[in-house]
Design a protein around this ligand. Sequence first.
Ligand code: ATP
Length: 332
Amino acid sequence: MRTITLIQGDGIGPEITEAVVKVIDAAGCDIDWDLQTAGADVIEKEGTPLPERVLDSVRKNGAALKSPVTTPIGKGFRSVNVALRKELDLYANLRPCCNIPSVKTRYDNVDIVVVRENTEDLYAGVEEKIDDNTAHSIKIITRQASERIAEFAFEYALKNNRKQVSAVTKANICKLSDGLFLDAARSVAEKYPQIQYREILVDNCCMQLVQNPCQFDVLLLPNLYGDIVSDLTAGLIGGLGVAQGANIGKNCAVFEPVHGSAPDIAGQNKANPTAIILSAVEMLNYIGETKKGLIIKNALFNTFRQGICTADLGGTYSCTAFTDAVIKNLQE
Ligand code: ATP
């Protein structure tokens, strides 16, 4: 039996957490969930949205499955998601984006993996108010973090039979910071002659992604561009409801959907649990349960092939009805 931390957030978090746990249990995975709550709901009792116990649990268990956590705006708390990644040094944010069977989108054959640096850039949170009319946000890029994420992208490409890595920056404008990121990417690329290395500016990359996404394979980006571009790539395959993600460090990893807590549909049994189920499949792969992962993925994809989907994809199924259909397919 393997113990995995289960971080239950807020908004649609509880609904999709319940769905994914039901699916994993139905697949017969031998997992003992270490349930940890975080976010707005725990502030009053514990004084912080990210109590130390959550971090300790992930450190101890080495892997976590997480649903979205909202950070209260304007109350002085650092984003739980950003803090979690920083505290656990989960330096690589991996967001695979691949068409889902029977989900109709503009393009077939989209198969892109976004590798986003997860610890610095404008997310370092170094901001200062100069006066009432001026504020500064400092963009931090270091060679060490840039090389580390580039290594991750090329190693991922090598291990997963990917052919190309594209470094995406705005180095023509942010000459020093993005220039350093690019310099680090180039030096790492030299060590991987078998992988095609390409450089593209982020604005052009967005246009090309919209016009001809199939030209891209692995995208390597600093933190902020990675956040924005991965929502774009999610849009190519059906939206945030199907976009999976993982935050990976040297000693532990947190698997979570790309989407946020979707307060507009929270508590209405409308959420699409696909993104968290696919994130859980990656988690199962990470802990060596690849067979179970594949069984769950096949059951999920067969559900889509049967024309069953939630409202975000134009379907009529609720979160629970969709989950039940996936479980039924697991048993067939
Ligand atoms: P954050 O800033 O926390 O990442 P966000 O601003 O990107 O959040 P989300 O909470 O991800 O916003 O939601 C964006 C839109 O996508 C909302 O309209 C929401 O309803 C929809 N959405 C997000 N996740 C899902 C899901 N799992 N199922 C259905 N719709 C979703």
